[in-house]
Design a protein around this ligand. Structure first.
Ligand SMILES: [Zn+2]
Length: 294
């Protein structure tokens, strides 16, 4: 029964090539999580990214995310990256502060009249922060699975578009943001093809995603981005830059932050020291990249 549940989320087919760069994977694996959510990732020797060990069953993953809150709580782990905690009401202020910092760190200029699409917008808090930063932006669109409270987005001044409709759409946009979402995407080539078609020449794509780097090597399963079921790929910087280049995007700014030092375990002032060193040295556990469409 338990084995069936895992298989239904992660599929039957063993992953043999890197989901980021397409090269053959190594023998190095990391396994994290408890049954029935135990998940294995495999290292790419060519670009340093990690790919989930079994090709995900997209229909089951879609069901998982459409019932987001329930499954996120069930798949909970004891880290600050636990999405059940991150997306709770008591964490909203923390998220808003993080979003403002990241927007600043990556040089996202929210110009008057420019349209912005937030892909994987979930509850729309990132768009709220963008609008608060630049009240005269153009259209702001949340793209995600329809949820009960999707109407709340309209009240807050955002449009809503279901994921599949946006992926199939044609109209051009100025800015697309993917905040904490790239690592969850089952069909990366499909998304990248859509981005290359729908982002204007000179338009921008901004990404915040885990960065496979020394943290993964040293911490192994304790690296908080080895998040069972949900994280399908964990890109190195080199891997993701090469991947986007193939679809017509040039990286114009990169940054990283976070020392994977949970506040519940690492006391201050050491946590602040570790996090500051990670950011100053560009050795962070989470990366920010600003791409421009050529
Ligand atoms: Zn690779």
């Amino acid at each position: 029964m338990v084995a069936e549940t895992i298989k239904s989320f992660c599929g039957d087919r063993q992953t043999t090539v890197c989901r980021i760069c397409g090269e053959t994977l190594t023998e190095t694996t990391v396994t994290s999580g408890q049954q029935p959510y135990e998940t294995t990732w495999i290292l790419c020797g060519a670009c340093g990214s990690w790919s989930i060990g079994r090709e995900p069953d997209i229909e089951r993953l879609n069901a998982f995310y459409s019932d987001y809150s329930v499954h996120h709580k069930m798949a909970a782990t004891n880290t600050d990256a636990n999405d059940g905690k991150r997306y709770s009401d008591e964490w909203r202020e923390t998220r808003e502060r993080e979003y403002r910092l990241s927007i600043n760190d990556i040089g996202l200029e929210l110009e008057q009249g420019k349209d912005l699409v937030d892909f994987g917008a979930y509850d729309g808090v990132f768009l709220d922060v963008c609008r608060a930063t630049q009240p005269n932006m153009g259209k702001t669109t949340a793209v995600d699975y329809p949820r009960e409270d999707t109407l709340h987005l309209a009240v807050r001044g955002h449009n809503f578009e279901p994921i599949n409709e946006w992926l199939a759409g044609e109209s051009l946009t100025d800015i697309v943001t993917l905040w904490d979402v790239y690592e969850h995407i089952a069909d990366l080539p499909g998304l990248l093809t859509t981005l290359s078609r729908r982002v204007k020449s000179g338009g921008q794509v901004l990404i915040q995603t885990p960065r496979a780097h020394v943290h993964a090597q040293i911490l192994g399963p304790q690296w908080h981005h080895f998040l069972p079921v949900q994280h399908l790929q964990l890109p190195s910087r080199e891997g993701i830059l090469r991947q986007f280049d193939r679809y017509g995007f040039t990286a114009v700014q990169v940054a990283s932050f976070g020392a994977n030092a949970p506040g519940s375990i690492i006391p201050q002032p050491y946590k602040q020291l570790f996090d500051t060193l990670a950011k100053l040295g560009d050795l962070g556990s989470t990366q920010l990249i600003r791409f421009v469409r050529r």
